[in-house]
Design a protein around this ligand. Sequence first.
Ligand SMILES: [Zn+2]
Length: 504
Amino acid sequence: MRKIKIFDTTLRDGEQSPGATINHREKIIIAKQLEKLGVDIIEAGFPVSSDEDFKAVSEISSIIKKSKIAALARARENDIKVAWKALQSAKKPRIHTFMSTSDIHLKEQFKISRADALKMSVEAVKFASDLCNDIEFSPMDATRSDVPFLLGVIEKTIEAGASTINVADTVGYSQPAEYGVLVKKIREEVPNIEGIAISTHCHNDLGLAVANSLAGVANGASQVECTINGLGERAGNAALEEVAMNLYARKNFFKAETNINLKEIYATSQMVSSLSGISVQRNKAIVGENAFSHESGIHQHGILANSETYEIINPKIIGKKTKLVLGKHSGKHAAKKVLEEMGFILSEGQLAQVTKKIKDLADKQKIVLEEDIVAIAGDVTKELKKEEQRVVLDELFIETGNKTRPKAKIKLVIDGKSVEAVGYGLGPVDAVSNAIKSVIPQQIFLKDYYLKAITGGTDALADVVVKVSNGSGKIYEAEAINEDIVMASAQALIKGINKALAKK
Ligand SMILES: [Zn+2]
């Protein structure tokens, strides 16, 4: 088994993600988690770029003991000096310097010749290796560079003291087969490459960052640069969790392994997502909300029998549970299992009621989350027995708008007799409440009304809790869940009324 080093650049390349904001305190928290995750090298920042980056690299250097700390520097003496200064307290420091090698960058951006670029690269590496014994050099935009020129730069920078060469697909242009060939060429044709680590740094502009990184590994790269959740410039960098899990799940194919503590993957992903403010795409591989969720009844049945039927990775390995999403394709078995895990012990009748409600809800809002299920089960188990319900809602009609006085027409069955009523109010809920109160056999007072959206979105379930009293001083509480706020309110109110009437 070859060892593949994981170089995490969440705090440098990832921090450059448009929309990401990671403050100083958060960087420290993430760095500690990356060490716990078993990352070999943490790129903590680009010290010359800002005081904040300098401070972050410097503090992370003094805290982190197990992982190496890398600091980025352009191929300039001052950048390298500042990077080295920031790394002073690092137990295992690395200076990472870079210079473009592609003609488009050299001509259009830097306005220098290939010869100048080579000279600057070599001088920078020499200068850095006088300070630090671990130097990484990145030929920027390597994948769009003239190959013979690139190989020459690599040879000369190794001669100057670089011990890691990072083949940067800076603009995410390469294809896996092509990238693999390039890494292989470097390994076979650079005369002094023996003992030097070849690293990948692939961007995801064409969705190939992880594929390209793995093609690099398959062709001899021994370090992968990546970020948590694939954060990074533009479409991002290679996702650490995907790289690590490919190498884990297909160990026999790659004949390679990493030092990543897989159990920390999910927690790290969640942490970076919440601290960076960039949420993880729901269907993202490995760490997405749906990555280990199964909705179809056939798949759920298989998973319950043996998880390997539909899962190539046991989610426990990354510190996550399999989640059975209950939807309209789900059966009673799955509902029962989920509810039992949540601590609900239901009778057959209640279970059937819950399953039906889940399916009804799934028809309307597509996804039923655990919170929804808890709410539904809680609601069902709290329901009064049928014979205790003196008031039953049959039909409800609402008229409302910005130029209309809210009006509710309601049909109730009270003690077996159908009754109709109309009510007006300040809003639709108030109108419904007035309509109901006008026909029930006893005066009921609404003491408290509380509404909350259980899940986010305009299609979220509404949870209404009411407190009613019949004037005797005793308060009755009732709760109802519905995807319609007015319906939830009407149901809660009727439940409360039934309790008040039943107790009488
Ligand atoms: Zn990058």
